[in-house]
Structures are given as C-alpha cells and as structure tokens.
Design a protein around this ligand. Structure first.
Ligand SMILES: Cc1cc2nc3c(=O)[nH]c(=O)nc-3n(C[C@H](O)[C@H](O)[C@H](O)COP(=O)(O)OP(=O)(O)OC[C@H]3O[C@@H](n4cnc5c(N)ncnc54)[C@H](O)[C@@H]3O)c2cc1C
Length: 409
C-alpha cells in the first residue's frame, strides 16, 4: 500500500505543483509528487515573475486568468498572502510593426474584459520615472497586471496540494518511468532503487522532461532555451517599488520594478538552445553563458538606449539566467502521450509558467479526471508536430526561434 499511488507527478516546479493542486482539488485519488531537488528550487526560482494577462493566442487569457484565480483560492486555503503585486503594465510601441502588435493586444484585452487604456507621454513619464517618454509613440496601460515571487507561488501550490492530501517528496530523483506489456504505465523507479507504483504518471520535469522520455522513445516537442535578465543597483527615486512593468518589443526588452531597482530582460534575435542531455542535475551547477554565445548586450542594449538613455553606465547588481522550455509554435505541451496508457505531460512552458501554471495544471487535471476541458486541448497536444527528436540540433533551433520571435511579456 505504502508505495502504491493513483497518480505520480515528477517535478516540483510550478507546473508539477500546480497540477498536483488542481488534481487534489478534484479529489483525483492518492497523489505523490517527487522532485530530485528541493521543491520550487529550479527554473521556478529564477523567473522575472510577470503575470501578463492579455495574450493574442487562443486559450491563453483563460489559462492566465486561472492562475490569478488559483492565487486567490490558495490564499484562502492557506490563510496567508502570496504577495501578488498588482503594479500594472505598460506596453510600448514606437514602430509600425510594434503598433500592430499593440493593437492586437488591445483588442484581445478588451474582448476578454481586461482593463486597458492608451496613455499620454505625460502619464507614461509619471508611471515610469526612468523612461525617456519622447521615444514612446503609443503606450497601452493595463492596471490589473501583476507580478509575484515565482518560488513563493510554487511553494504555495505545493503547500495547498499538501493540505489537500498530496504527498510531497523532495530530493527523490526518478531514474525511469516504468511500463508493463510495452503499453501500460505502472510507476517509477528512483535512483535509490525504490519502485513506486501508479497507473498514471505525469512528467512535469521541466527542462529535464525529455531525458525521462528518451528510453520510452517519446520526444516531447520542446527544448531548453536560455532566458535571462539583469537587475540594476538600487535607485528608489528613479525605479520606485511597484511601478508598472513594461514590454518594449522595439527594444526586444521588458522591465519590472524590484524594491527600488530595475529588472531588465532582453531577448536576442538568435536565442541559445541547449541539448537537454548537457544540463546538470541542478541549475546552480550549469553555466548558461559558457554554454552559449554572448551577444545579447551588444545587440539589445543599443535598442533599449532610446528609452533608457544611460543604460551603458547603469550599475548592474545581479544577473539571472535559466532555461525556459520552448516549443516551435510557442504554445504549451499538455496532455496524454498517446503511445502509452497512463502517461501525461505538462511541459513546454515557453517562458510563461508563472503566468500560466495554474491554468496549465487545470487543463491537465481536467483531462486526467475526464472533465470537460476549459480550453481546447488540441492546441497543446504533445503529438501535434508528429514525431520529433528533441536531441537534434535542427529541432532545437526551431524551438529557439520561437523565443527569438517572442514579442510579449
Ligand atoms: C530567467 C527567466 C525568466 C522568466 N520569467 C518569467 C516570467 O516573467 N513570467 C512567466 O510566466 N514565466 C517566466 N519564466 C518561466 C518560468 O520560470 C517557467 O515557466 C517555470 O518555472 C517552469 O516550471 P517547471 O515546473 O516546468 O520547471 P522547474 O521549475 O525547473 O521544475 C522542474 C522540476 O523537475 C525536477 N526534476 C527533473 N528531473 C527529475 C527527475 N528525474 N526526478 C525528479 N525530479 C526531477 C527538477 O528538480 C525541477 O525542480 C522565466 C524563466 C526564466 C529562466
């Protein structure tokens, strides 16, 4: 009995923990969540933490709204605040192309009932004391956008799931997913040799998920791609805490306030993908910059200079890099892996697991329990690209291009 579960979830990051919470809410049975490291310690502890509501791709606004709903629900359940910071966002356009993108976002937000308004240069300057507003042609303000500490959110899902009965086992690394008769999933084997049984296994192992799929001849359609940002030294007057985050597609940039400092995220036009088998077990041991080309500042800093004129002289206090799992169509990977009975995945976060985790977990839980899905599952089907080899450089390039072309927050 002790080692027998209805569902085993591999991965205690945002996606695994959100799925555990959503399954527990639905009383889906005896559930175990395993992580090879501490819970909430890997990609989910490295995010810029933006919860951008307005999206132009189908299903995504519903998915993000579910995350906001989960936060409120979990605060009730846990009796504590998860410290959501409703700072608002400003999307900035200074070219014809970015104006088109802004208009599409504005239309999507209005359709979905997300408050939004175009603001003047004067208002932009007031909200963003650091910006050179003369460079801003059009600014779209969305006052209900927010950010949240991603590790705190992840541990919130985990603790809420645990309160609803999910067993959490950190520092338990899965060696293999077990299959009987070549078809039916039967559980997992740990590196310490222990076998844990379940007829349903959810692979939410983030950047490592394909390493567990490889022996089963399954390729999930994503690859880890470097995401990164810089944090300036503190200057509270210029970068007041809680001012809106920005998305500036013309500079391939986003910014966010961080207790008196400014977080600056830049996306190079040729993003760096990694072969999953090159990753270390813990991200702390992986040097993202040795393993990748370093041209982002040369390319992006001059673009941002238009809006942040002294960027070349700005003291930088921290740099953060991590893997985001990108898919060629920049949509998530959620659902059953059809080759096997009882094998599910929730992966391919496309740099959006903080904003989307609650909804991704809900969709997975609905499919597992046989409920009617709240968004169309075909959009996220693991097999939608046919057979893929995530270990091939060609496929990895396709995934990296999805990040290179990302315009939103
Ligand atoms: C720099 C950066 C900025 C970002 N900014 C944002 C943002 O602003 N907004 C946003 O929405 N998203 C953002 N993201 C994306 C967000 O961080 C991810 O979408 C999210 O963390 C993915 O969660 P995950 O559960 O898939 O991965 P992880 O948190 O990495 O969790 C996967 C877990 O699986 C475990 N695991 C792996 N293999 C095994 C095994 N064999 N056995 C047991 N456990 C295993 C790992 O230990 C790990 O804890 C950002 C990401 C980065 C790197």
């Amino acid at each position: 009995m002790e080692n027998r579960f209805d569902i085993i979830i591999i991965g205690g990051g945002l996606l695994g923990c959100a799925t555990a919470y959503q399954l527990a809410k639905r009383k889906a049975g005896r559930i175990l969540l395993l992580d090879g490291n501490e819970i909430a310690s890997q990609a989910s502890a490295r995010a810029a933490c933006l919860l951008t509501r307005a999206r132009t791709k189908p299903g995504l606004m519903e998915i993000v709204q579910e995350t906001y709903d989960c936060i409120a629900e979990m605060e009730d359940l846990l009796g504590e605040s998860l410290e959501l910071q409703q700072c608002g966002s400003v999307t900035i356009a200074s070219s014809e192309v970015s104006l088109k993108g802004l208009e599409a976002l504005e239309e999507a937000a209005t359709r979905f009932g997300i408050p939004n308004e175009r603001i003047s240069r004067e208002q932009t300057r007031k909200l963003l004391p650091w910006i050179d507003a003369e460079a801003v042609d059009v600014a779209l303000y969305m006052p209900t956008d927010a950010f949240i500490d991603s590790a705190l959110l992840c541990s919130g899902y985990a603790r809420a799931a645990s309160k609803l009965g999910v067993e959490l086992r950190p520092n338990c690394k899965v060696k293999e997913i077990l299959v009987e008769n070549g078809r039916q999933v039967s559980g997992v084997r740990l590196f310490n040799g222990e076998v844990l049984s379940a007829s349903l296994v959810v692979n939410a192992a983030g950047a490592w998920a394909n390493l567990l799929m490889r022996p089963l001849n399954v390729g999930l359609p994503f690859t880890p791609v470097r995401s990164h940002f810089w944090i300036t030294a503190i200057d509270s007057e210029r970068f007041p805490a809680g001012h809106p985050f920005t998305v500036i597609p013309d500079a391939r940039a986003f910014t966010r306030s961080d207790v008196g400092a400014l977080i600056i995220g830049l996306r190079e036009s040729c993003c760096q993908a990694f072969d999953p088998s090159a990753l270390t077990e813990r991200l702390e041991d992986f040097d993202f910059n040795q393993a990748a080309k370093w041209t982002v500042l040369d390319e992006c800093a001059p673009l941002l200079k238009r809006y942040l004129h002294d960027i070349d002289d700005l003291p930088i206090a921290h740099y953060m890099a991590g893997p985001s799992c990108y898919v060629p169509d920049a949509m998530f990977v959620i659902g059953p892996v059809k080759r096997y009975e009882g094998l599910f995945t929730v992966t391919g976060c496309c740099g959006g697991g903080v904003a989307a985790g609650g909804g991704m977990g809900r969709l997975a839980a609905e499919m597992i329990t046989g409920e009617r899905p709240f968004v169309s599952p075909e959009l996220f089907a693991p097999e939608r690209f046919g057979e893929v080899n995530p270990f091939s450089p060609e496929f990895q390039r396709r995934c990296a291009d999805a990040r290179s072309n990302k315009k939103g927050g």
